[in-house]
Design a protein. Structure first.
Length: 402
């Protein structure tokens, strides 16, 4: 079966689903309906996390021929080959906790970004945060083998300047019984044994940002100065209800050390507002905690109840208007912090990778830079910063009056 140039001409459309929030579920349902409306003859396969969690819901949607959970993703080619005669609602979902295979391939065009392939080297999660459905749709933590990671990075380094390492719980790479190497050791081997010019770590849980890992990031010019550590809340009592494994003081220690060792680093966090029982005082604790730390950006999420999680049945569900107002306040705080961070680079030079999106590039420390002229994608170069753009920076223009 060949790839179609347009989904409206495709015989088979495969949709990979998320189920972190109710909005993600709704997006998937709308997408299925739109694909079926635009191409009613296409057979639709839905896979991923929503498929694993609620396959019957998806199988009932118009045009869906197959629902394949994360538990059965490796079997997708066989499913399609064997069941072409079936036209509706075939469900392939089994116990995700019985899944031991690691399925991953580099994603070289995530969000239209052809210059920075995303390599998933870890999947699943052994944590049991009270709000999160991910462990039940992704299974236990498991890692790509060290040999395979190095092989993949060697291959990617031949074609790309920057490689992004990712995982559901990336900091847990190599924590399986019998493993003798951790994430910091793996990254060091990548630097020693591959030609990759820049590695970037995606989200890592705060307590997995060990001194060893932060030290390696600070010392090597080939590791992007970019620390993203999920916070969720700055209130000790809320963190306890969330079943998070650190306290605010632990988190602050990691962030402050990252800033001390990497003065120009991007430091970001995921923050949740409106968690069940979150009082006005607890939210203010979070606000003040964030305000005192050197964050350069935030991903702010409004709590969304996920079926089957303890938080969904917890008392004290926060009214939606209050959740939205708290979200707004944190976003405004994040915007102020980000603007101040960007302003500090005017007149300086940053290393960027060009993104192949017209005149756009991304700096080592996670800032979008508008270039003076269009550039080939996937080029590492130094850029002098001339000023701020709406959401990033712009290259110095000697002909422009500042």
């Amino acid at each position: 079966m060949d790839a179609a140039g347009d989904r409206n001409q495709a015989d088979l459309v495969v949709l990979n689903s998320c189920t972190v929030t109710a909005a993600a579920d709704d997006d998937l349902r709308q997408t299925v309906r739109r694909v079926h409306r635009e191409n009613p003859d296409a057979r639709i396969m839905v896979t991923g996390c929503y498929a694993q969690r609620a396959p019957e819901e998806i199988a009932a949607l118009p045009g869906v021929a197959w629902v394949v959970g994360n538990s059965d993703k490796t079997a997708i080619p066989d499913i399609v080959a064997e069941e072409l005669g079936h036209f509706h609602g075939q469900i392939h979902v089994h116990d995700i906790f019985a899944q031991h295979e690691f399925l991953s391939a580099p994603i070289a065009d995530a969000a239209g970004d052809r210059a920075r392939p995303n390599l998933k080297i870890q999947d699943g999660c052994n944590n049991r945060c009270s709000f999160c459905v991910i462990p039940f749709v992704r299974g236990r933590s498991r890692s790509m083998s060290e040999v395979q990671v190095l092989e993949q990075v060697r291959g990617l380094a031949r074609n790309y300047r920057e490689v992004v390492l990712s995982g559901v719980n990336l900091g847990r790479w190599g924590r399986e019984p019998g493993s003798t190497i951790r994430l910091a050791g793996l990254v060091k081997r990548m630097l020693d044994e591959t030609s990759v010019e820049r590695l970037r770590l995606s989200s890592v849980e705060p307590m997995d940002f060990t001194d060893e890992l932060l030290g390696l990031m600070a010392e090597s010019p080939r590791i992007a100065k970019h620390v993203h550590a999920p916070l969720q809340s700055g209130s000790d009592t809320v963190l306890r209800r969330m079943h998070r494994k650190y306290r605010p003081r632990h988190y602050a220690d990691r962030v402050q050390k990252a800033r001390a060792w990497m003065p120009d680093a991007a430091i970001g966090a995921d923050v949740m507002v409106g968690f069940p029982g979150e009082t006005a005082a607890e939210f203010e604790e979070t606000y003040q905690f964030i305000d005192t730390l050197p964050f350069t950006y935030l991903h702010v999420f409004t709590y969304s109840a996920r079926p089957g999680t303890p938080a969904a049945a917890a008392p004290g569900q926060v009214p939606i208007p209050i959740r939205k107002e708290r979200n707004r306040r944190l976003r405004e705080l994040a915007q102020r912090k980000n603007a101040a961070f960007r302003l500090g680079f005017v007149g300086r030079t940053l290393s960027v990778v060009t993104l192949g999106q017209g005149k756009m590039a991304l700096s080592d420390n996670y800032l979008k830079v508008e270039l003076l002229a269009e550039s080939m994608d996937n080029v590492l170069r130094d850029v002098r910063i001339g000023g701020l753009s709406e959401a990033g920076l712009r290259e110095f223009d000697p002909l422009r009056v500042l």
